[in-house]
Design a protein. Structure first.
Length: 217
């Protein structure tokens, strides 16, 4: 099993401990450092070049949004997963534009954190429901007219998008539509290619923005 190196960057020791223990449940993660401020984080990045850094930028005495930009400067290969208590929409928008791969709030569940870490290491974007709600709000606010462009998906593909957005896994979708699991995976691959997206969270975002499902995230 491939191991991934992880750096934990948060000023709260208890949170770092909790994240270390959570990641330790999976044999694929190796925590190579725990840091409590930006200076320590940058020093560890230079030495370890970790695959993933988990950081909270909203700790004014230790980390700031500008800390995110510095991560990519020091270690371009490192993927960034933010886990933050910040709810300021302007700051969330700012850090998303600075190279953050994924963004969770500190109210997210443990399984969601593990899913986000796995997706982020693949270079896939992963956002929690609150961040998706904000992105949808931001996207709709920019629209000045109704977009009536037809969806590029077939009727079957739309069905799969709708079921995926409700949280069904491939086997459940296959059972619902009377298809083989392999066929569902093939459809999902084609959908991702057509829409030029790479993660389930982006698929949900697309489905909601196109009115294919109700926003029940």
């Amino acid at each position: 099993m491939k191991q991934y190196s992880v750096l934990l960057a948060d000023e709260q020791p208890l949170l770092r401990l909790a994240l270390r223990q959570l990641l330790g449940q999976k044999g694929q993660y190796q925590v190579v450092g725990e840091v409590g401020n930006e200076e320590e984080m940058l020093a560890s990045l230079r030495v370890n070049k970790p695959d993933l850094v988990i950081v909270d930028y909203s700790q004014s005495e230790s980390f700031r949004p500008s800390s995110i930009a510095k991560i990519k400067t020091v270690s371009p290969v490192t993927q960034v997963l933010v886990i933050s208590a910040d709810t300021r929409k302007d700051k969330i928008a700012q850090v998303l534009e600075l190279g953050v791969t994924s963004f969770l709030t500190k109210t997210c569940g443990l399984n969601e954190i593990l899913e986000a870490a796995q997706a982020t290491l693949k270079g896939e974007k992963f956002f929690c429901g609150r961040v998706i709600d904000f992105l949808l709000e931001k996207s709709f606010a920019k629209e000045t007219e109704i977009n009536c462009a037809p969806t590029p998906l077939s009727a079957r593909e739309i069905e799969i998008v709708q079921l995926s957005s409700k949280g069904l896994i491939a086997k459940e979708i296959a059972d619902t539509l009377n298809l083989s699991t392999h066929t569902v995976y093939t459809h999902r691959k084609n959908i991702m290619k057509k829409l030029q997206i790479s993660s389930s969270s982006e698929l949900v975002l697309y489905a909601v923005s196109k009115g294919l499902v109700h926003n029940e995230i």
